[in-house]
Design a protein around this ligand. Sequence first.
Ligand SMILES: C[S@@+](CC[C@H](N)C(=O)[O-])C[C@H]1O[C@@H](n2cnc3c(N)ncnc32)[C@H](O)[C@@H]1O
Length: 654
Amino acid sequence: MLTRLFLRPNSVILSPTHFFLFPKLSLTKPTIASNAIPYGPSLRKGKTSLHCPQQKQRRWRQQQQEYQSLSGPKPLYQCKEDQEGEKEEDPDDVNMINEDDFTRVFDIAALRVPAKDCFSLESRIRGHLLNWPRIRNIARVPGDEMEESMVSLLGEKGSEDEENFDAFNRRIYGKAEGDGEELSPVLYREKLANEFNSRGFIKFRNLAKISRPKRKKKKKMGGKGVEGEENERERRDEFSVVEVVEEKEGGDWRGLLGDEFKGRGKWMGSTRLLLLDERYAEKGVDELPQAIKAVAQEAMRENSTTTFNLVRCKLTLFYDYWQMNEILEALLPRDMIIPSAFETVGHIAHLNLRDEHLPYKKLIAKVVLDKNKPKIQTVVNKIDAIHNDYRTMQLEVLAGNHSLVTMVVENGLRFHVDLAAVCVHFTCNIIEHSTEIFRCLFFSSLAENQLKSYWNSRLASERQRLLNGFTHNDVLCDVFAGVGPIALSAAKIVKHVYANDLNPCAVQYMEKNSVLNKLERHIEIFNMDGRRFIDAMYASQKAQSITQVVMNLPNDAVEYLDAFRGIFKYKPKDKAYAMPLIHVYGFSKARDPEFDFHERIRIALQEVAVNVEMRRVRQVAPGKWMLCASFRLPTSVAYAHTMSRMQAHQVKSF
Ligand SMILES: C[S@@+](CC[C@H](N)C(=O)[O-])C[C@H]1O[C@@H](n2cnc3c(N)ncnc32)[C@H](O)[C@@H]1O
């Protein structure tokens, strides 16, 4: 999977000496005058706060340290972070990110409205609401919540009679309906029995549900059950807090909207805050737009008990609120390109940092990790140029855990990919190095210096397209199968698959993955050179059954097409063999990539393949395309008696 971020020069104005040290900037002043700042939330706006819990904790730690230096003996309690704080400051140290410095407090205004009306009001005045990304326009008011069932027991707001409280009393203490006398235990049990049937409560449906929770809904972490939803809500709310700092007296509202808008002396029912657009932060009631007043008046007319209040609020956005690019913009030097994308393989994020990023690699990785948890657990970066035939390069774990064994799920199948054995650095081959981030990985451990396995998440949709062309009558040959994303997915569809790869580790993983996905009976796996594999397949009885061949080694696959020359040369010509449909991948930098690729196919086959279906898979670098050509093997090639120049060369050198 590719995660895209913004690609733009860093626009934060920081002094060069402060570039990395955004956290060391003044905590009390916004970094830039807010009038120069665009609309919406920004780290360059708002106030930093010394009153949020994290800030308090930090100050407490500072005080502890001061105390230590003054009084000599260490305090009895010293937290782990304090101990770590004694280390010398390392610019590479990921702890350089001080999350508190990303806390911003914004003064805003809000309408305090009855909870039951908040959604309809929100949709009617949406254009005047805050509408900040990831911040809900409707906020809860801590302390004035009451359960719906409790409210219905207490009765409608404003009703003066005591009846509802009697009913409430009766439910709790088991009093009789009319006289309020307490029931005898026998009568009370009988009354309760009437309220049950065999499946649970009749009157309290919700209680009945609680008493019989559905098992599936009991999932804990991230599940979509009741608990999962609650966790999700908590998580979503963690990055921001809305607090009411001042309630405007209702006098103004009374003048504008009627007598009901008076101060909140007693509990008026559950309420919600409708967060108003930032431009109304300092406005009074009479300065609010006519549209808001009209909606309030109308709601008032419809229900005389409805009340509205204009309140001043503090919206605090924490480190968790800001997106990766915003944090990096603030941390990295001015004019530096913000790392724009990373590739993921299971729980691992792979960065391809430029040289200029290297001094900040741990910082960048920490932000990537923080902002993509829990899916991403490890962040790695290429640390060396591609330097051999296999175009291997070394990767370095920058942040998170060092586990590089991961699992990728594609097409409902699970694929184990072992990115390295034990060492922090590991070698990985890529098909082609370019300015673009990371293409294909052929991972291997440094210790063994051999390929581990290959995975390219970017080709998932291409693989799907290919799979759509297979039917259960097909027999497939995957010449360069890797750990088997095409071969194993196809094994679910087609009659049989013959899969091959030169890399023994890839083959080992392909075998493991076939067992893991219970497909071992539908696939036969080989470990040999692609050209030999084609020869072996067509020299055997399997030749007649093969209907499709996939050749996905984009740098070289086309050169292997010569292996198809003469595959049927010893077969009787009168027997009509079905020619396989070949899907071959390749790169082209030519101005006309399709023509160029067609030419290379023609040279390898020494024939012109007709009806070639050519498509551009994706652009892998500026001016460079990955292509896929699908064509039926020409009969003249299959029955050819002359060898291709490449085959002849091979025989000679052998
Ligand atoms: C681009 S990967 C394709 C893997 C798989 N088809 C996929 O989509 O993930 C190419 C694979 O070809 C293998 N390979 C490279 N040279 C080979 C050769 N001469 N014969 C057979 N396999 C080879 C590599 O080990 C690698 O796993």
